[in-house]
Design a protein around this ligand. Structure first.
Ligand code: HEC
Ligand code: HEC
Length: 438
Protein backbone atom coordinates (compact mmCIF):
# COMPACT_ATOMS: atom_id res chain seq x y z
CA UNK A 1 0.00 0.00 0.00
CA UNK A 2 1.27 3.44 -0.88
CA UNK A 3 1.82 5.32 2.40
CA UNK A 4 -0.10 8.52 2.84
CA UNK A 5 2.04 11.42 1.75
CA UNK A 6 1.59 14.46 3.84
CA UNK A 7 3.41 17.25 5.57
CA UNK A 8 3.49 16.92 9.29
CA UNK A 9 4.82 19.07 12.04
CA UNK A 10 6.83 17.75 14.90
CA UNK A 11 6.97 19.82 18.03
CA UNK A 12 9.46 18.84 20.67
CA UNK A 13 8.26 20.17 24.00
CA UNK A 14 10.60 20.95 26.87
CA UNK A 15 12.42 18.07 28.47
CA UNK A 16 11.98 17.47 32.15
CA UNK A 17 15.31 17.02 33.80
CA UNK A 18 15.93 16.40 37.43
CA UNK A 19 18.94 17.95 39.07
CA UNK A 20 19.11 17.36 42.80
CA UNK A 21 15.76 18.39 44.22
CA UNK A 22 15.27 21.13 41.68
CA UNK A 23 13.29 20.39 38.57
CA UNK A 24 14.80 22.27 35.67
CA UNK A 25 12.90 22.50 32.46
CA UNK A 26 14.80 23.05 29.27
CA UNK A 27 14.04 22.73 25.63
CA UNK A 28 16.24 20.48 23.54
CA UNK A 29 15.68 22.90 20.70
CA UNK A 30 15.25 26.63 20.99
CA UNK A 31 12.62 26.61 18.27
CA UNK A 32 10.17 23.82 17.58
CA UNK A 33 11.52 21.38 15.05
CA UNK A 34 9.59 21.48 11.81
CA UNK A 35 10.25 18.49 9.65
CA UNK A 36 9.14 17.95 6.08
CA UNK A 37 9.04 14.27 5.30
CA UNK A 38 8.01 12.32 2.27
CA UNK A 39 6.37 9.47 4.07
CA UNK A 40 4.68 9.15 7.38
CA UNK A 41 6.99 7.41 9.82
CA UNK A 42 6.38 3.71 9.90
CA UNK A 43 4.38 2.60 12.85
CA UNK A 44 4.33 -1.03 13.84
CA UNK A 45 1.37 -2.56 11.99
CA UNK A 46 -0.65 -3.29 15.11
CA UNK A 47 -0.10 0.17 16.58
CA UNK A 48 -2.89 2.39 17.82
CA UNK A 49 -3.44 4.98 15.06
CA UNK A 50 -4.07 7.57 17.78
CA UNK A 51 -0.50 7.28 19.15
CA UNK A 52 1.55 10.35 18.25
CA UNK A 53 4.09 9.56 15.47
CA UNK A 54 6.90 11.31 17.36
CA UNK A 55 6.80 8.47 19.93
CA UNK A 56 7.95 6.09 17.23
CA UNK A 57 10.45 8.13 15.30
CA UNK A 58 11.97 11.60 15.42
CA UNK A 59 14.31 13.47 13.15
CA UNK A 60 17.61 13.73 14.95
CA UNK A 61 19.39 16.97 15.78
CA UNK A 62 23.04 16.11 15.01
CA UNK A 63 24.31 19.01 17.13
CA UNK A 64 23.14 17.14 20.26
CA UNK A 65 24.97 13.90 19.48
CA UNK A 66 27.98 13.10 21.65
CA UNK A 67 28.95 9.56 20.85
CA UNK A 68 31.79 7.69 19.19
CA UNK A 69 32.11 4.65 16.95
CA UNK A 70 32.52 1.29 18.65
CA UNK A 71 35.11 -1.00 17.11
CA UNK A 72 34.58 -4.66 17.84
CA UNK A 73 37.21 -7.35 17.43
CA UNK A 74 35.12 -10.49 16.95
CA UNK A 75 36.12 -13.77 18.63
CA UNK A 76 38.05 -16.32 16.59
CA UNK A 77 35.90 -18.17 14.06
CA UNK A 78 33.28 -15.46 13.51
CA UNK A 79 33.03 -13.18 10.48
CA UNK A 80 33.78 -9.48 11.11
CA UNK A 81 30.87 -7.15 11.95
CA UNK A 82 31.23 -5.48 8.57
CA UNK A 83 29.34 -2.18 8.41
CA UNK A 84 26.41 -2.25 5.97
CA UNK A 85 26.79 -6.02 5.52
CA UNK A 86 26.39 -7.38 9.05
CA UNK A 87 25.60 -4.13 10.85
CA UNK A 88 22.80 -2.20 9.10
CA UNK A 89 23.83 1.15 7.61
CA UNK A 90 21.03 2.86 9.55
CA UNK A 91 22.29 1.60 12.90
CA UNK A 92 26.08 1.86 13.14
CA UNK A 93 27.79 0.57 16.29
CA UNK A 94 28.58 3.32 18.78
CA UNK A 95 29.76 3.23 22.37
CA UNK A 96 26.91 5.23 23.88
CA UNK A 97 24.31 3.22 21.96
CA UNK A 98 25.75 -0.08 23.20
CA UNK A 99 25.67 1.21 26.77
CA UNK A 100 22.08 2.47 26.38
CA UNK A 101 21.05 -0.86 24.86
CA UNK A 102 22.67 -2.76 27.73
CA UNK A 103 20.52 -0.83 30.21
CA UNK A 104 17.31 -1.23 28.22
CA UNK A 105 17.95 -4.95 27.72
CA UNK A 106 18.11 -5.56 31.47
CA UNK A 107 15.49 -2.96 32.47
CA UNK A 108 12.22 -4.46 33.79
CA UNK A 109 10.54 -1.06 33.41
CA UNK A 110 10.05 -2.00 29.74
CA UNK A 111 7.32 -4.40 30.90
CA UNK A 112 3.75 -3.70 31.94
CA UNK A 113 4.27 -4.60 35.61
CA UNK A 114 7.95 -3.68 35.94
CA UNK A 115 8.99 -7.29 36.59
CA UNK A 116 10.08 -8.66 33.20
CA UNK A 117 13.10 -7.68 31.13
CA UNK A 118 14.55 -9.14 27.95
CA UNK A 119 17.02 -10.95 30.20
CA UNK A 120 14.17 -12.77 31.98
CA UNK A 121 13.94 -15.03 28.93
CA UNK A 122 17.35 -14.38 27.37
CA UNK A 123 19.69 -14.52 30.36
CA UNK A 124 23.37 -14.59 29.32
CA UNK A 125 24.07 -17.11 32.11
CA UNK A 126 21.41 -19.45 30.72
CA UNK A 127 22.86 -19.43 27.20
CA UNK A 128 20.94 -16.19 26.43
CA UNK A 129 17.77 -18.24 26.84
CA UNK A 130 15.82 -19.25 29.96
CA UNK A 131 16.43 -22.96 30.37
CA UNK A 132 12.69 -23.65 30.11
CA UNK A 133 10.86 -25.88 27.62
CA UNK A 134 8.78 -22.85 26.62
CA UNK A 135 9.26 -19.37 28.01
CA UNK A 136 7.41 -17.77 30.90
CA UNK A 137 6.46 -14.10 30.73
CA UNK A 138 4.48 -11.51 32.64
CA UNK A 139 2.23 -12.93 35.42
CA UNK A 140 3.82 -16.34 34.87
CA UNK A 141 2.06 -16.90 31.56
CA UNK A 142 3.59 -19.47 29.25
CA UNK A 143 3.79 -19.37 25.48
CA UNK A 144 4.13 -22.33 23.15
CA UNK A 145 7.63 -21.66 21.85
CA UNK A 146 11.01 -22.04 23.45
CA UNK A 147 13.09 -18.87 23.82
CA UNK A 148 15.83 -19.09 21.17
CA UNK A 149 19.32 -17.99 22.09
CA UNK A 150 20.57 -14.50 21.23
CA UNK A 151 24.11 -15.87 20.69
CA UNK A 152 25.47 -14.66 17.33
CA UNK A 153 22.10 -13.34 16.13
CA UNK A 154 24.26 -10.49 14.78
CA UNK A 155 24.63 -12.69 11.69
CA UNK A 156 20.98 -13.77 11.48
CA UNK A 157 19.10 -13.03 8.26
CA UNK A 158 15.72 -13.28 9.99
CA UNK A 159 14.46 -13.48 13.56
CA UNK A 160 12.04 -15.78 15.42
CA UNK A 161 11.56 -19.49 14.85
CA UNK A 162 9.39 -18.67 11.84
CA UNK A 163 11.56 -15.79 10.59
CA UNK A 164 8.73 -13.26 10.69
CA UNK A 165 11.01 -10.36 11.61
CA UNK A 166 13.84 -9.33 9.28
CA UNK A 167 16.23 -7.88 11.87
CA UNK A 168 17.22 -7.54 15.50
CA UNK A 169 15.81 -4.01 15.37
CA UNK A 170 12.43 -5.29 14.18
CA UNK A 171 12.44 -8.18 16.61
CA UNK A 172 13.12 -6.10 19.73
CA UNK A 173 9.80 -4.26 19.38
CA UNK A 174 7.66 -7.41 19.55
CA UNK A 175 8.09 -8.77 23.07
CA UNK A 176 7.46 -5.41 24.77
CA UNK A 177 3.81 -5.36 23.71
CA UNK A 178 3.26 -9.11 23.59
CA UNK A 179 0.57 -9.72 26.24
CA UNK A 180 2.23 -12.88 27.52
CA UNK A 181 5.84 -11.67 27.39
CA UNK A 182 6.37 -8.11 28.68
CA UNK A 183 2.74 -7.01 28.50
CA UNK A 184 2.95 -3.30 27.76
CA UNK A 185 -0.45 -2.23 26.39
CA UNK A 186 1.04 -0.19 23.51
CA UNK A 187 4.47 0.96 22.34
CA UNK A 188 3.37 4.45 23.20
CA UNK A 189 3.29 3.40 26.87
CA UNK A 190 6.85 2.12 26.92
CA UNK A 191 8.14 5.28 25.27
CA UNK A 192 6.21 7.40 27.80
CA UNK A 193 7.71 5.39 30.65
CA UNK A 194 11.27 5.74 29.31
CA UNK A 195 10.72 9.49 28.86
CA UNK A 196 9.92 9.77 32.57
CA UNK A 197 13.44 8.55 33.40
CA UNK A 198 15.88 11.49 33.29
CA UNK A 199 18.96 9.32 32.70
CA UNK A 200 17.41 7.81 29.59
CA UNK A 201 16.43 11.21 28.19
CA UNK A 202 20.04 12.36 28.52
CA UNK A 203 21.39 9.24 26.84
CA UNK A 204 18.94 9.33 23.92
CA UNK A 205 19.89 12.94 23.32
CA UNK A 206 23.60 12.08 23.17
CA UNK A 207 23.21 8.88 21.15
CA UNK A 208 20.42 9.76 18.73
CA UNK A 209 19.92 13.51 19.07
CA UNK A 210 16.24 12.86 19.90
CA UNK A 211 13.97 12.21 22.82
CA UNK A 212 13.43 8.52 23.57
CA UNK A 213 11.56 6.88 20.68
CA UNK A 214 10.66 3.32 19.74
CA UNK A 215 13.12 3.58 16.85
CA UNK A 216 15.92 4.43 19.26
CA UNK A 217 14.92 1.77 21.80
CA UNK A 218 15.00 -0.90 19.07
CA UNK A 219 18.32 0.31 17.66
CA UNK A 220 20.03 0.46 21.05
CA UNK A 221 18.86 -2.99 22.15
CA UNK A 222 19.89 -4.49 18.78
CA UNK A 223 23.33 -2.91 19.10
CA UNK A 224 23.81 -4.42 22.55
CA UNK A 225 22.72 -7.88 21.36
CA UNK A 226 24.86 -7.71 18.23
CA UNK A 227 28.01 -7.12 20.26
CA UNK A 228 27.50 -8.66 23.72
CA UNK A 229 26.14 -12.00 22.52
CA UNK A 230 28.98 -12.77 20.10
CA UNK A 231 30.53 -16.09 20.95
CA UNK A 232 33.39 -17.89 19.24
CA UNK A 233 36.90 -19.12 20.02
CA UNK A 234 35.58 -22.59 20.82
CA UNK A 235 37.77 -25.70 20.70
CA UNK A 236 36.52 -26.16 17.13
CA UNK A 237 37.61 -22.61 16.18
CA UNK A 238 41.07 -23.27 17.60
CA UNK A 239 41.29 -26.49 15.60
CA UNK A 240 40.02 -24.75 12.49
CA UNK A 241 42.66 -22.07 13.05
CA UNK A 242 45.38 -24.72 12.82
CA UNK A 243 45.74 -26.18 16.35
CA UNK A 244 45.40 -29.83 15.41
CA UNK A 245 45.35 -31.03 19.00
CA UNK A 246 42.55 -28.69 20.10
CA UNK A 247 39.99 -31.46 19.44
CA UNK A 248 39.91 -34.98 20.92
CA UNK A 249 39.64 -38.05 18.67
CA UNK A 250 35.93 -38.40 19.43
CA UNK A 251 35.33 -34.71 18.64
CA UNK A 252 37.20 -35.09 15.35
CA UNK A 253 35.15 -38.14 14.35
CA UNK A 254 32.02 -36.19 15.29
CA UNK A 255 33.16 -33.26 13.17
CA UNK A 256 33.65 -35.50 10.13
CA UNK A 257 30.28 -37.21 10.66
CA UNK A 258 28.72 -33.73 11.07
CA UNK A 259 30.07 -32.90 7.59
CA UNK A 260 33.34 -31.01 8.06
CA UNK A 261 36.79 -32.12 6.87
CA UNK A 262 39.87 -32.50 9.05
CA UNK A 263 42.70 -29.99 8.61
CA UNK A 264 44.84 -30.93 5.60
CA UNK A 265 47.91 -31.49 7.81
CA UNK A 266 46.07 -33.49 10.49
CA UNK A 267 47.24 -37.09 10.28
CA UNK A 268 44.41 -38.50 12.40
CA UNK A 269 42.48 -41.27 10.61
CA UNK A 270 38.85 -40.81 11.71
CA UNK A 271 37.57 -44.09 10.23
CA UNK A 272 34.08 -42.66 9.72
CA UNK A 273 32.17 -41.57 6.62
CA UNK A 274 32.31 -37.85 5.81
CA UNK A 275 28.88 -36.21 6.36
CA UNK A 276 27.22 -39.49 7.37
CA UNK A 277 25.09 -37.48 9.87
CA UNK A 278 24.14 -34.93 7.16
CA UNK A 279 24.23 -32.01 9.64
CA UNK A 280 26.01 -29.58 7.29
CA UNK A 281 23.15 -29.90 4.82
CA UNK A 282 21.52 -27.29 7.05
CA UNK A 283 23.94 -26.27 9.84
CA UNK A 284 26.53 -24.68 7.61
CA UNK A 285 28.89 -21.69 7.56
CA UNK A 286 30.60 -19.78 10.35
CA UNK A 287 27.44 -19.69 12.47
CA UNK A 288 26.31 -23.22 11.59
CA UNK A 289 23.00 -22.27 9.98
CA UNK A 290 21.74 -21.97 6.40
CA UNK A 291 19.17 -19.38 7.61
CA UNK A 292 16.47 -21.47 5.92
CA UNK A 293 13.34 -23.23 7.20
CA UNK A 294 13.02 -26.99 7.44
CA UNK A 295 10.49 -29.47 8.70
CA UNK A 296 12.03 -32.10 10.98
CA UNK A 297 8.65 -33.33 12.18
CA UNK A 298 9.06 -31.64 15.56
CA UNK A 299 5.60 -30.84 16.96
CA UNK A 300 3.70 -33.14 14.57
CA UNK A 301 0.45 -34.21 16.23
CA UNK A 302 -0.09 -37.77 15.02
CA UNK A 303 -3.60 -37.98 16.49
CA UNK A 304 -4.88 -34.78 14.89
CA UNK A 305 -2.69 -35.28 11.80
CA UNK A 306 -1.49 -31.69 11.94
CA UNK A 307 1.12 -29.38 13.44
CA UNK A 308 0.00 -27.59 16.60
CA UNK A 309 2.30 -24.76 15.49
CA UNK A 310 2.24 -24.04 11.72
CA UNK A 311 5.76 -22.54 11.80
CA UNK A 312 7.05 -20.75 8.71
CA UNK A 313 3.70 -21.14 6.96
CA UNK A 314 2.03 -18.55 9.25
CA UNK A 315 4.02 -15.42 8.28
CA UNK A 316 4.11 -16.30 4.56
CA UNK A 317 2.05 -13.66 2.78
CA UNK A 318 -1.30 -14.57 1.25
CA UNK A 319 -0.56 -15.64 -2.29
CA UNK A 320 2.76 -17.17 -1.25
CA UNK A 321 1.63 -19.85 1.21
CA UNK A 322 3.29 -23.19 0.67
CA UNK A 323 2.20 -26.41 2.34
CA UNK A 324 5.87 -27.36 2.44
CA UNK A 325 6.34 -24.61 5.05
CA UNK A 326 3.87 -26.18 7.48
CA UNK A 327 5.83 -27.26 10.52
CA UNK A 328 9.07 -25.80 9.11
CA UNK A 329 11.22 -23.71 11.45
CA UNK A 330 14.41 -21.70 11.12
CA UNK A 331 17.67 -23.61 11.41
CA UNK A 332 19.23 -22.42 14.68
CA UNK A 333 22.96 -22.10 15.26
CA UNK A 334 24.63 -25.13 16.85
CA UNK A 335 27.30 -22.96 18.47
CA UNK A 336 26.94 -23.16 22.26
CA UNK A 337 24.21 -25.80 21.91
CA UNK A 338 25.53 -27.35 25.13
CA UNK A 339 24.37 -24.17 26.92
CA UNK A 340 20.97 -23.62 25.30
CA UNK A 341 18.80 -26.68 26.02
CA UNK A 342 16.08 -27.80 25.97
CA UNK A 343 16.04 -27.90 22.19
CA UNK A 344 13.83 -27.17 19.19
CA UNK A 345 11.08 -24.57 18.77
CA UNK A 346 8.87 -26.28 21.33
CA UNK A 347 11.65 -27.29 23.71
CA UNK A 348 10.55 -30.90 23.27
CA UNK A 349 14.03 -32.45 23.18
CA UNK A 350 15.88 -32.32 26.48
CA UNK A 351 19.44 -33.27 25.65
CA UNK A 352 21.86 -33.22 22.74
CA UNK A 353 21.68 -37.02 22.79
CA UNK A 354 17.90 -36.75 22.21
CA UNK A 355 18.56 -34.35 19.31
CA UNK A 356 20.95 -36.76 17.58
CA UNK A 357 18.50 -39.62 18.16
CA UNK A 358 15.76 -37.59 16.43
CA UNK A 359 17.96 -37.18 13.35
CA UNK A 360 19.21 -40.76 13.52
CA UNK A 361 15.65 -42.08 13.13
CA UNK A 362 15.09 -39.74 10.18
CA UNK A 363 12.86 -37.25 12.01
CA UNK A 364 9.13 -37.70 12.59
CA UNK A 365 7.20 -38.74 9.47
CA UNK A 366 4.62 -36.16 8.30
CA UNK A 367 3.37 -34.87 4.94
CA UNK A 368 5.96 -32.06 4.62
CA UNK A 369 9.04 -33.68 6.15
CA UNK A 370 12.27 -32.19 4.72
CA UNK A 371 13.73 -34.31 1.90
CA UNK A 372 17.06 -34.47 3.74
CA UNK A 373 15.54 -36.16 6.77
CA UNK A 374 16.46 -39.83 6.28
CA UNK A 375 17.46 -42.50 8.81
CA UNK A 376 21.22 -42.08 9.37
CA UNK A 377 22.16 -45.50 10.79
CA UNK A 378 24.66 -43.95 13.19
CA UNK A 379 26.19 -46.43 15.63
CA UNK A 380 25.98 -45.54 19.34
CA UNK A 381 29.65 -44.50 19.22
CA UNK A 382 29.02 -42.29 16.18
CA UNK A 383 26.04 -40.63 17.90
CA UNK A 384 28.23 -39.96 20.94
CA UNK A 385 30.92 -38.51 18.66
CA UNK A 386 28.44 -36.07 17.07
CA UNK A 387 27.38 -34.95 20.56
CA UNK A 388 31.04 -34.54 21.56
CA UNK A 389 31.62 -32.37 18.50
CA UNK A 390 28.65 -30.14 19.34
CA UNK A 391 30.07 -29.67 22.84
CA UNK A 392 33.37 -28.60 21.24
CA UNK A 393 31.37 -25.73 19.71
CA UNK A 394 30.96 -24.08 23.11
CA UNK A 395 32.69 -20.73 22.84
CA UNK A 396 33.80 -17.96 25.16
CA UNK A 397 30.81 -16.19 26.64
CA UNK A 398 30.20 -13.08 28.67
CA UNK A 399 28.52 -13.66 32.03
CA UNK A 400 25.40 -11.91 33.30
CA UNK A 401 27.44 -10.40 36.16
CA UNK A 402 29.86 -8.90 33.63
CA UNK A 403 27.04 -7.38 31.59
CA UNK A 404 24.56 -6.24 34.28
CA UNK A 405 24.23 -2.45 34.16
CA UNK A 406 23.38 0.04 36.87
CA UNK A 407 20.01 1.34 35.73
CA UNK A 408 19.15 5.05 35.61
CA UNK A 409 16.92 6.10 38.50
CA UNK A 410 13.23 6.95 38.30
CA UNK A 411 12.25 10.62 38.51
CA UNK A 412 11.75 10.07 42.25
CA UNK A 413 15.28 8.74 42.68
CA UNK A 414 14.45 5.00 42.93
CA UNK A 415 16.88 2.67 41.15
CA UNK A 416 15.41 -0.68 40.09
CA UNK A 417 17.55 -3.80 40.53
CA UNK A 418 17.91 -5.57 37.16
CA UNK A 419 18.70 -8.85 38.98
CA UNK A 420 15.12 -9.06 40.25
CA UNK A 421 13.94 -9.74 36.69
CA UNK A 422 16.32 -12.66 36.13
CA UNK A 423 14.12 -15.22 37.86
CA UNK A 424 11.10 -16.82 36.21
CA UNK A 425 7.95 -14.69 36.72
CA UNK A 426 5.47 -16.15 39.23
CA UNK A 427 2.12 -17.46 38.12
CA UNK A 428 -0.81 -15.17 38.76
CA UNK A 429 -4.44 -15.99 38.14
CA UNK A 430 -4.47 -14.86 34.52
CA UNK A 431 -5.63 -17.05 31.66
CA UNK A 432 -2.70 -17.85 29.35
CA UNK A 433 -3.30 -16.94 25.75
CA UNK A 434 -1.70 -18.71 22.82
CA UNK A 435 1.58 -17.16 21.67
CA UNK A 436 0.37 -14.25 19.58
CA UNK A 437 1.79 -13.98 16.07
CA UNK A 438 3.41 -10.59 16.00
C1 HEC B 1 8.62 -14.04 28.14
C2 HEC B 1 9.85 -14.42 27.52
C3 HEC B 1 10.51 -13.47 26.56
C4 HEC B 1 10.83 -12.15 26.77
C5 HEC B 1 10.52 -11.29 27.97
C6 HEC B 1 11.58 -11.74 25.59
N1 HEC B 1 11.69 -12.78 24.72
FE1 HEC B 1 12.78 -12.81 23.04
N2 HEC B 1 11.94 -14.55 22.52
C7 HEC B 1 11.12 -15.30 23.33
C8 HEC B 1 10.55 -16.38 22.54
C9 HEC B 1 9.59 -17.45 23.05
C10 HEC B 1 11.03 -16.21 21.23
C11 HEC B 1 10.66 -17.05 20.02
C12 HEC B 1 9.30 -16.58 19.57
C13 HEC B 1 8.89 -17.06 18.22
O1 HEC B 1 9.70 -17.63 17.49
O2 HEC B 1 7.73 -16.82 17.87
C14 HEC B 1 11.94 -15.06 21.27
C15 HEC B 1 12.72 -14.62 20.19
C16 HEC B 1 13.71 -13.68 20.31
C17 HEC B 1 14.76 -13.43 19.34
C18 HEC B 1 14.97 -14.15 18.03
C19 HEC B 1 16.19 -15.02 18.02
C20 HEC B 1 16.28 -15.86 16.77
O3 HEC B 1 17.30 -16.52 16.59
O4 HEC B 1 15.35 -15.87 15.95
C21 HEC B 1 15.52 -12.39 19.83
C22 HEC B 1 16.75 -11.76 19.20
C23 HEC B 1 14.92 -11.98 21.08
N3 HEC B 1 13.84 -12.81 21.35
C24 HEC B 1 15.32 -10.89 21.84
C25 HEC B 1 14.51 -10.34 22.84
C26 HEC B 1 14.62 -8.99 23.33
C27 HEC B 1 15.59 -7.95 22.84
C28 HEC B 1 13.69 -8.86 24.32
C29 HEC B 1 13.35 -7.63 25.13
C30 HEC B 1 12.88 -6.48 24.38
C31 HEC B 1 13.02 -10.15 24.44
N4 HEC B 1 13.52 -11.00 23.49
C32 HEC B 1 12.06 -10.45 25.39
C33 HEC B 1 10.88 -15.08 24.66
C34 HEC B 1 11.04 -13.84 25.26
C1 HEC C 1 17.15 -30.55 7.02
C2 HEC C 1 17.92 -29.55 7.74
C3 HEC C 1 18.64 -30.00 9.00
C4 HEC C 1 19.53 -31.04 9.15
C5 HEC C 1 19.98 -32.05 8.12
C6 HEC C 1 19.97 -30.98 10.53
N1 HEC C 1 19.36 -29.94 11.18
FE1 HEC C 1 19.55 -29.50 13.14
N2 HEC C 1 17.99 -28.20 12.99
C7 HEC C 1 17.36 -27.85 11.83
C8 HEC C 1 16.16 -27.09 12.14
C9 HEC C 1 15.19 -26.52 11.13
C10 HEC C 1 16.09 -27.03 13.55
C11 HEC C 1 14.94 -26.42 14.36
C12 HEC C 1 13.73 -27.35 14.18
C13 HEC C 1 12.53 -27.07 15.04
O1 HEC C 1 12.64 -26.43 16.07
O2 HEC C 1 11.43 -27.56 14.67
C14 HEC C 1 17.28 -27.71 14.04
C15 HEC C 1 17.63 -27.80 15.38
C16 HEC C 1 18.82 -28.36 15.84
C17 HEC C 1 19.29 -28.27 17.19
C18 HEC C 1 18.60 -27.54 18.34
C19 HEC C 1 19.15 -26.17 18.54
C20 HEC C 1 18.31 -25.34 19.46
O3 HEC C 1 18.79 -24.26 19.83
O4 HEC C 1 17.19 -25.72 19.82
C21 HEC C 1 20.49 -28.93 17.25
C22 HEC C 1 21.38 -29.10 18.46
C23 HEC C 1 20.73 -29.48 15.93
N3 HEC C 1 19.70 -29.09 15.10
C24 HEC C 1 21.82 -30.26 15.58
C25 HEC C 1 21.87 -30.98 14.39
C26 HEC C 1 22.76 -32.10 14.15
C27 HEC C 1 23.76 -32.62 15.13
C28 HEC C 1 22.48 -32.55 12.89
C29 HEC C 1 23.07 -33.74 12.21
C30 HEC C 1 22.88 -35.00 12.90
C31 HEC C 1 21.43 -31.72 12.36
N4 HEC C 1 21.08 -30.79 13.30
C32 HEC C 1 20.88 -31.86 11.09
C33 HEC C 1 17.74 -28.21 10.56
C34 HEC C 1 18.54 -29.33 10.29
Amino acid sequence: MQPLKRLWTLTVPGLLLLSGAVVVERAINASPLVATVQDEPNKPADEDPASPPEFFWQRSDPSLIQDEPLTVVVPKGLPPLTPKVVVPAHNPLTKGKYELGRQLYFDPRLSGNGEVSCATCHNPDKGWSDGGKVSTGIHGQTGNRSAPTVFNTAYGKSMFWDGRSPSLEGQAQGPIVNPIEMGMPKHENVVRKIREIPGYNQQFEKVFGTKPTLDGIAKAIATFERVAALSGNSKFDKYNGGENDALSESEKRGMVLFGLRLNADDEFAPGVELQKAKCTLCHVGANFTDEQYHNLGIGWNEEKQKFDDPGRWAPEPIGQKSDASLGAFKTPTVRNAALTGPYMHDGSLKTLEDVVEHYNKGGTPNPSLDVDMKPLKLTPQESADVVAFMKALTGEVKTTAELLPTLPSDADGKVPDPRAALSTPKKKAVQAEPHAAR
